[in-house]
Write a protein that binds this ligand. Structure first.
Ligand SMILES: *Cc1c(COP(=O)(O)O)cnc(C)c1O
Length: 388
């Protein structure tokens, strides 16, 4: 039996008949840039995410970069984030000219630890002229960029309190978390800007690259809109330097059609996560592998179903031989990436992130999987640990 990590072909069949005529009408119109599909998508995703405004962009990475540019984060500034994430989180901070400050995660949720942030602010920073400054570097701490990893929100309440107390902007990396909830509110609605990715493997995936920023403040939303088109307003008159961060009309059309199905697909992922819990329990594996922790008062959308597993690398090979696709998200935490060596961080600086990088493994969880496929995954894991 084959159980790929992700297979979108079946999902495509469920909306193909609705989508193809729409794509054809756009092709007939030959109007591909910032048209009615983009406007509709921006309104729909903003509403879905409890936000006032949506700004469609070219990718999740560009959403993050645009958010940093919109908040004027640049040289001399520092942004606190998690090192246990996809590269774009830290990469965009550096590309904006700022310095990433990598602080450790909570081992249960894999998200940025409010305790670590609080400790850093208390022990390593001081207030100079009303601005929070990193004592070691002299840099201004300007923003917090929590990541809602695997589809579960970071612990936003204490993070927002710290941000408010110290005047930090909050940018949410919600790339994996469209529709996730925390204390009754949705991912993307907590900070100044929420950044979403529509990369094909995300819960709401385009047919290529696309992304979106959410915002609540009308002035900031307008600034993001202008920066998206090179900072020109009116066209060809530039008071700011932006970029080409546009989403295109065809991708927006795909996303408008798919968004209507998203809650159903999310339910499929949640159902599969629940079946995994039952199967792991029944196989007597509940104390061998660590299953994903769901925070109370939250909605986990299971972009990934990630376990901690002893002898992770050997298990991954064993599962590949059994026809089960898995992935390691992520094998090297950002503070240990070669390109960030200039930060001077070393192994042991973020121990929980480093341990997660050694122990975690993502299993297939997409909604179209059958119970038989899920049983095959768990049986294969049981066989691995029985063999020793
Ligand atoms: C996917 C992802 C991004 C980047 O999104 P792209 O659309 O691939 O540019 C950023 N952050 C996280 C956590 C992601 O998972």
């Amino acid at each position: 039996m084959q159980v790929p990590l992700l297979d979108l072909k079946l999902q495509y069949q469920s909306f193909k008949a609705e989508l193809l005529p729409l794509l054809e009408s756009i092709c007939e119109s030959q109007a591909f840039i910032l048209g009615p599909q983009v406007t509709a998508l921006e309104a729909a995703v903003a509403k879905y995410s409890d936000c006032e405004f949506g700004i469609g962009v070219s990718s999740g990475t560009d959403a993050l970069l645009l958010a940093l540019m919109g908040l004027d984060v640049g040289p001399g500034d520092e942004v606190i984030t998690s090192p246990y994430t996809f590269f774009a989180t830290g990469g965009t901070i550096a590309r904006a000219g700022a310095r990433p400050v990598y602080l450790d995660i909570e081992p249960s949720t894999y998200n940025l630890s409010p305790v670590a942030v609080q400790r850093f602010v208390e022990e390593s920073c001081e207030v100079r002229d009303g601005v929070l400054v990193n004592r070691a570097t002299g840099g201004r701490i300007r923003a917090l960029m929590p990541v809602h990893l695997y589809g579960q929100c970071a612990d936003m309440k204490p993070l927002l309190e710290i941000a408010k107390r110290h005047g930090l902007a909050v940018i949410e990396d919600a790339a994996q978390a469209i529709g996730s909830e925390y204390a009754g509110a949705r991912a993307g609605s907590f900070g100044a800007v929420g950044c979403f990715s529509f990369f094909p493997s995300k819960n709401l995936g385009a047919f290529g690259d696309a992304g979106l920023c959410t915002a609540r403040d009308p002035e900031l939303a307008e600034k993001l809109r202008v920066l998206r088109v090179h900072g020109g307003k009116p066209k060809y008159y530039h008071s700011m330097i932006g970029g080409n961060f546009r989403i295109d009309e065809l991708q927006a059309a795909v996303l408008n059609v798919k968004l209507k199905h998203l809650d159903g697909w999310t339910e499929g992922r949640q159902r599969n996560a629940a079946i995994y819990r039952e199967l792991f329990e029944r196989a007597g594996l509940a104390s061998t592998v660590t299953l994903p922790y769901e925070m109370p008062n939250s909605r986990h959308i299971y972009n990934q179903f990630v376990i901690r597993a002893p002898e992770r690398d050997r298990l991954k090979t064993h599962l590949a031989e059994a026809g089960v696709g898995t992935e390691i998200y992520y094998p090297v935490p950002l503070h240990l990436q070669q390109c960030f060596a200039y930060l001077g961080m070393k192994s042991g600086d973020c121990p929980e992130s480093e341990r997660a990088a050694r122990e975690t493994l993502a299993l297939p969880v997409y909604g179209e999987l059958t119970r038989g496929q899920l049983e095959h995954v768990v049986d294969s894991i049981a066989r691995f640990y029985r063999a020793g």
